[in-house]
Design a protein around this ligand. Sequence first.
Ligand code: ACO
Length: 327
Amino acid sequence: MAVPVGIAGIAHYVPDRVIDNEYFTRFVDTSDEWIRQRSGIRQRRWLADDQATSDMFVAAGAKALERAGVAPEEVDLIVAGTVSPDYLFPAAACLVQDRLGCVHAAAFDLSAACPGFLYALSTGAQFIAAGTCRNVLVLGGEALSRMIDLKDRSSCVLFGDGAGAAVLQPHADCGQGRIEDIFLGTDGSGAELIIRRYGGSRHPLTPEVLERGDHCLRMKGREVYRFAVEKMTELMAWAMKDQDPKELGWVVPHQVNARILDTATERLDIPPEKVVVNIDRYGNTSAASIPIILSELWEAGRLESGKFLVLAAFGAGLTWAGARIRW
Ligand code: ACO
């Protein structure tokens, strides 16, 4: 990158409401044991009825700015990765811009599903690298609890709500979290595998659609599973290529399914203690899962200077992204 880019501050927010696995037995034929064994999830957080995605972005964003020592009016750009914004339009990033008082910032959302944070990170980093911006607030967050079908046991148990935020600056200004490389990829031929088909311009909402629950997300879990193992392995291998394994800090994978993460990391002989997993507490929070982990590592003082992080995610689109960040 023309100007090296760093992460000056990072933070996250998860709602207070805890949903355990037993909750789903009220709606579908499932069990705590099945969910834990097949996905690794013990519980997830869901928004309160009066909360929305931008509320989580505001909470995480304010904390990230404070940690970076950046005032809201110093922010030049806000980029939010989300497929569950408050409204179809305007963008959630616009609501955040107003509520945080980022009076000099342009703001937009981008839709890249689970790798949304990495897509936003890459986009924000380009503005810093080009010298166009000095402070960029990057957000990744979802409220997938608002679009699950409680009659579909194969998908409703998987998702949680949450958000993460990172403040990007020229690396020379913040001296940490240098983004060494980011890779983005897409294969739109897999669009049908994870899709929210109704409610857009092709199939507007009708009472019949709502009655059938077709406004909810649909997923072909088995096909996605196979793709996920291959893609996550490939992305992690790419991010670690030509690196000294002794300098590996953490592997930070999108939290999709504990079994997928185990298989991918075993294939690459990555020691399990280097792989950060919190799907047991939060489920799959889509675009929020990677920044939530980064923020928890930062809060625990576990981001070691000089060590590198491997980030990898895939999701609806199909989209995928990998990154290597040197702390
Ligand atoms: N409780 C009990 N049984 C269930 C449940 C449940 N919650 N869900 C599915 N089953 C049943 C199925 O009906 C099936 O029964 P059958 O054999 O009688 O047909 C059986 O369990 C096995 O189903 P599989 O789909 O083969 O189960 P699998 O072990 O693959 O686990 C899972 C399913 C957890 C969905 C897994 O496939 C997975 O994690 N896939 C990836 C999901 C994913 O990556 N989503 C990502 C992106 S989301 C985004 O981008 C927004």
